[in-house]
Design a protein around this ligand. Structure first.
Ligand code: GUN
Length: 300
């Protein structure tokens, strides 16, 4: 037995540097984008659609457009007024579906009240659905077929494989069941041969379930709800939450769903917020755009 185990002292989890890993992914995308441009006479193209003026969404969209440009991907931003109608939005998507310069279409969610999110997602050509939200891509992922995969869970999977190698046989617990993160994350981990449990707000014995996990992925949007007693010693913990909190002194800061200080005493490795999963989401959007561009050029 190691000295540490005989004399348990607070240990410190390794920090998973999503920011550095995302920079590596973007470099790979840049090389692939150059190759694509050399053989097709045009850059891969990404259309980004934002409806309304939600401040957080505006920041995300600006980041996506800037990083696309840096990676050699042409971006086509469409910033629409909050009073855009469903018919106008669907007409834009139809025109982007038909535009050969556009390989990927991302409609930033959430949409303003009154717009039908499902109908908008279903209007996107599944081959250009770089979010992986279209039911055809959701179905392909669940059937274990090649598909465009939602960016945030894809980023989580790449980080896990980089850190742990083959994930076969590991016990993974996903906290949260959203269409954007929780559900596709469970599918990806299952396809990677993990034993997967998904827990959510109605689950019983949440802490006990989480404590079984070699891999714990948390995506619920509740600041700090995952404490030390939810974590198996040595587990790899990915914190997808990005919550803006204001402290007693009135200072705003971003925190995750995991109580970072407490978790880092127990986990083997842990992502920080910010600088963990967030940068991977955008990097994977660019990666998906290259995947879509290549698949479209093979299909055409
Ligand atoms: N809003 C929050 N996350 C996402 C995402 O991954 N894609 C889109 N389109 N909107 C989001």
């Amino acid at each position: 037995m190691s000295e540490r185990a005989e004399h348990p002292t607070p240990s410190s989890a390794a920090l998973i540097d999503g920011k550095a890993f995302a920079a590596r992914v973007r470099e790979e995308v840049k090389t692939m984008a150059q190759d694509f441009a050399a053989s097709h006479g045009r850059q891969p193209g990404l259309a980004v659609v934002l409806v309304g003026s939600d401040a957080a969404s505006q920041v995300y969209v600006r980041t996506k457009v800037r990083q696309a440009g840096e990676a050699g991907i042409a971006s086509f931003p469409h910033l629409l007024d909050a009073d855009t109608t469903q018919a106008q939005l669907l007409a834009l998507i139809e025109s982007l579906n038909a535009d050969d310069r556009v390989d990927g279409i991302l409609v930033q969610l959430p949409l303003p009240a009154g717009l039908d999110e499902s109908a908008v997602i279903e209007a996107i050509d599944p081959g250009k659905d770089v979010d992986g939200f279209h039911p055809i891509n959701v179905g392909r992922l669940s059937a274990g077929q090649p598909s465009l995969v939602p960016c945030t869970p894809l980023g989580c999977l790449l980080l896990l494989q980089d850190r742990l190698g083959d994930l076969s046989g590991l016990k993974a617990v996903v906290v949260g069941r959203s269409n954007i993160v929780g559900k596709p994350m469970g599918q990806l981990l299952l396809n990677a041969n993990c034993t997967v449990t998904t827990v959510h707000s109605r689950s019983r014995n949440l802490a006990e379930e989480c404590r079984q996990a070699d891999i714990l992925v948390v995506a619920v949007g509740r600041p700090g709800i995952i404490g030390a007693d939810y974590i198996k010693p040595g587990a790899t913990v990915l914190d997808v939450g990005i919550n803006r909190v204001v402290d007693d002194a009135g200072n705003a800061r971003l925190v995750g769903d995991v109580d970072f200080a407490a978790a880092s005493q127990v986990a083997g490795a842990l992502t920080p917020v910010p600088g963990g999963i967030g940068p991977m989401t955008v990097a994977c959007l660019l990666r998906n755009t290259l995947t879509a561009a290549r698949l479209r050029s093979q299909a055409g």
